[in-house]
Design a protein around this ligand. Structure first.
Ligand SMILES: [Fe+2]
Length: 247
């Protein structure tokens, strides 16, 4: 089985109080929680593609986490993965480290990059039954206003009709999924599990304002406003356990 996850940010102390407001007391607590969640799911022979920003720690610190995680690891490099520039990190723990990759997964194609790609390779390709052939998996934006803008772009794209001169028409697929670790309770998920998780999250959290903003206005759609009674910081986002039947 192959899993994906983005933006774990091991050793990134400030994310417990700022940006993500993860709600852990310190990095020891967040690191140990993420390791436990990872190893509850991933078996030693499973593959995990990390979509960047794996660790804010130095090489020695990051090595200590890598030694504790199950799985065969691949890293799409993020802007915070500076441990990879230090000579003493355990490079043998990764099969490869790349800025971008295209892989096959269960008869589909996945486009993998730390940064969201709005117009990705294979975007228009569909199977005979009309289901998408290609998915773009990304990270970087966490659960911020940038993610809301991407979601808005996807809605606009999905509702855009291309009418051709021969009378045919079609809409444009935009199958982009933010594999942000907080969306899966810090658990690596398979492609099918991410598809289900993304659908459920969008339905449940539509129009919820990203942390730190009082208002977000996007032309052509209803403004994001604070939901009554929603606390500014609600700790780690705990989703339901992924459905084992999806594996
Ligand atoms: Fe990140």
């Amino acid at each position: 089985m192959r899993y994906y996850i983005a933006d774990c940010h091991f050793f990134h102390e400030s994310l417990n109080r700022q940006l993500d407001c993860r709600g852990f007391t310190d990095v020891r607590a967040s690191n140990s929680y993420m390791i436990r969640q990872w190893n509850r799911k991933v078996r030693p022979r499973d593959e995990v593609v990390i979509l960047g920003d794996f660790s804010w720690g130095n090489a020695k610190e990051t090595n200590s986490v890598l030694e504790q995680l199950n799985g065969i690891l691949y890293l799409i490099k993020g802007n915070h993965d500076r441990f990879g520039e230090q000579k003493d990190y355990n490079a043998s723990r990764f099969v490869w480290i790349r800025p971008y990759a295209e892989l096959h997964d269960g008869g589909r194609k996945v486009i993998l990059c730390h940064y969201p790609i709005l117009c990705y390779n294979g975007q228009y390709h569909l199977n005979e039954d009309g289901s998408p052939k290609t998915w773009m998996l990304y990270g970087h934006v966490h659960d911020t206003q940038d993610q809301r803008l991407i979601e808005t772009f996807q809605e606009i794209t999905a509702n855009t009709v291309l009418a051709y001169k021969n009378g045919e028409s079609r809409t444009v697929p935009s199958n982009m999924i933010n594999c942000f670790c907080m969306y899966s309770d810090y658990t690596p998920l398979s492609l099918d599990e991410w598809i289900a998780c993304d659908k459920k999250r969008r339905a449940a959290r539509k129009n919820i304002l990203p942390r730190g903003l009082s208002r977000l206005e996007i032309p052509g759609r209803e403004a994001f406003l604070p939901s009554p009674g929603t606390p500014e910081t609600d700790g780690p986002f705990i989703s339901e356990a992924p459905d084992p039947d999806l594996r």
